[in-house]
Write a protein that binds this ligand. Sequence first.
Ligand code: SAM
Length: 386
Amino acid sequence: MSEKTASLVKTAEIEGKGRGMVATQQVKAGQIVLIDSPILLYSAIPMKNGIYSNYCSNCFRKLNTPVPSPVVSCPSCSYHAPFCSPNCRSVALSSSHSHWVCGALNYMRQSQSQLSLDNERQVQAYFLIAAYNLAVVSPSNFQQLLSLEGESPSTPPDAATLMIHSFIAFLSPPRSFAGFSLELTTALLAKDKVNAFGLMEPFSESVDRTVRAYGIYPKASFFNHDCLPNACRFDYVDSAAERNTDIVVKVLHDVPEGREICLSYFPVDENYADRQKRLLEDYGFTCECDRCKVEMNWPDEDQDENENDESMEEDGIENEDDFPHAYFFFRYMCDGNNCSGTLAPLPPSEEGTPSKVMECNVCGQLKADKSFCGNGDGGEDGVVLD
Ligand SMILES: C[S@@+](CC[C@H](N)C(=O)[O-])C[C@H]1O[C@@H](n2cnc3c(N)ncnc32)[C@H](O)[C@@H]1O
């Protein structure tokens, strides 16, 4: 986090939500309030016999060539874990791709058919391998991971958790780490469940994106959820030259001092029932945000009005009493094909003049701010984008 952004948010207790992030001063539309680096990253791509993924095994940048050259692959892996550069490889060999991780992943690949872990369990195994490795390569970051929100279930671990724990036990976690136990495995999985941020595969208009990797971000983990967020997060995994796995949190509009800054944990255009289900199952809470209080009274057939299509835009704005948050969708939802991203203004000028250009956090397109342009095509207020 840079000095400049460090002072714009702080953690505070928020009634009914645990810790949250609040603005320490008035924040202007488009300002970056946090840049955070991951303490842990792991692949979200389940392994398919002997085929490595098309992302750097350290920083998850998309690789240009499908077959890695020997200078940028792991010297020990039977599957030649690929890296995007000799530097990434050298960093990884002493941290995220340590000798133990390398052996553990190799074993997982070789014995995949006997292990019969489904895709979700494979990704959990990647996480646990990365987390137990972290305990050795960076004990302080490991403690930070353990200090995050996420309660272990009060019920005994299910069969799948027992299986995955015994699999990790079989891999003999690094000898210098003494705390390995079923309780710790269960606690780690609980932290991962509510705190991991997905780094998505490159955007495509024709294919639905899936997650390429998950990261644990120690400061960004304090943002609570709101179904009409006042901030959203960006990442530049393939385009940033350095620190490409950092996430950047920007506010959508002016936020007064002391106000909580929230993200939406998933695309904003999901309907009420789906949001509630997801928040309860994945994050363990019932959302009582202003938007949910309105939508809980909507009949089922109106639920899909949230969707970001033409009819929503027209209907929503015409029926503001039923849909008071229509303005949010009009101004902050990207209307790009297959996108569902959130638009945040570019940072204001040094003098504090707000930008009239919005950036989408999914497709990356720059668009004219509709609130300045009337119809949003950029033609009425001199905001013309290439
Ligand atoms: C990523 S953490 C956010 C920080 C967390 N509140 C803390 O104390 O560290 C996600 C967890 O915060 C809580 N949370 C987030 N948003 C919430 C909301 N709108 N209402 C109630 N609890 C919320 C839930 O317990 C959720 O599993």
